[in-house]
Design a protein around this ligand. Structure first.
Ligand SMILES: Nc1ncnc2c1ncn2[C@@H]1O[C@H](COP(=O)(O)OP(=O)(O)O)[C@@H](O)[C@H]1O
Ligand SMILES: [Mg+2]
Length: 271
């Protein structure tokens, strides 16, 4: 039995330097347009931060990258989103397979009402990725990768709901990682966590790249700065500016970006 973290292979495809691309993407619900004409690529093996004021459409955009909005009433999408050049809305794409390849972790930890071990291997079982006899080892390896193994080693069959919020979020990350995604979408994954758990999650995310591509929505600009290679600034449903994080933070090109990074609640208005 091994507790070593599994090696993640870097799946760089030279023909597709971007793991995902959005091209002229507009999104909305009913008569409301939430996102307008977004074109952006996500370089393989990097961390991209999505920032912008509340209501600017970050969650809606993130959820469209693995078709989580499909079942939301009145949702519509125009333009194209692709994974390694393949349209994610294509007839041949099974949304469940897409979500295995493009995993997601939400703001609030959402363990399933089952044992810690069953949580970790839920996706592995659903996608028939392993033999029954291997499930315990897989759970252990995965918990070790997120740094949770020593805390839960003797309670694999217990409920996850007695774990701290930070531990529950690490459990959800382990569950998402167990199915070997190529992209991990994180929607404010640390906003309900204390500073120490936040650090644990950030450290994990850093370790996951470049074997995995991470796209993270965060309200915490310091976190975006600490963690990401590239940043995208959304404001009022538009992509205002994107670039390498250091450049965007130190030399923003657009006045809205500068105002937002400077602490403006509404970057469209001069203070
Ligand atoms: N299911 C929905 N139906 C209608 N409007 C929605 C729905 N989900 C989000 N919205 C609206 O879309 C806009 C962007 O929301 P959201 O993507 O959550 O922004 P952010 O994550 O940047 O705070 C908001 O005005 C919100 O009210
Ligand atoms: Mg949001």
């Amino acid at each position: 039995m091994t507790t070593a973290a599994p090696a993640r292979s870097t799946q760089v495809d030279a023909r597709h330097p971007h793991v995902m691309d959005a091209e002229s993407v507009s999104l909305g619900f009913g008569s409301a347009t939430i996102m307008q004409d977004i074109t952006v690529g996500f370089p393989t093996g990097t961390i991209t931060a999505l920032v912008g004021p509340s209501g600017s459409g970050k969650t809606t955009f993130l959820r469209s990258l693995n078709r989580m909005n499909d079942k939301v009433r009145n949702f519509w999408k125009r333009g194209s989103i692709s994974l390694y050049g393949e349209e994610i809305d294509g007839d041949s794409v099974d949304p469940l397979v897409l979500r295995r390849r493009v995993g997601m972790v939400f703001q609030r930890p959402n363990p399933f009402p089952m044992s810690i071990q069953d949580n970790i291997v839920a996706g592995v079982k659903a996608h028939k990725m392993a033999k029954r006899s291997d499930l315990r080892d897989i759970a252990e390896t995965q918990l070790a990768e997120v740094g949770l193994w020593s805390a839960v080693a003797d309670r694999m069959n217990d409920s996850p709901f007695r774990l701290s919020g930070g531990q529950q979020q690490l459990l959800c990350l382990a569950r998402a990682l167990a199915v070997k995604p190529e992209v991990l979408l994180l929607d404010e994954p640390t906003s309900s966590l204390d500073p120490r758990s936040t650090e644990a999650v950030e450290e994990l995310v850093r370790r996951l790249t470049p074997g995995l591509t991470v796209i993270i929505v965060t309200h915490n600009l310091e976190q975006a700065r600490r963690l990401s290679d590239n940043t995208i600034f959304f404001y009022q449903g538009r992509l205002v500016e994107t670039g390498p994080t250091v450049e965007l933070f130190e030399r923003p090109k657009r006045p809205e970006t500068a105002r937002y990074l400077g602490g403006a609640v509404d970057p469209g208005v001069d203070r």
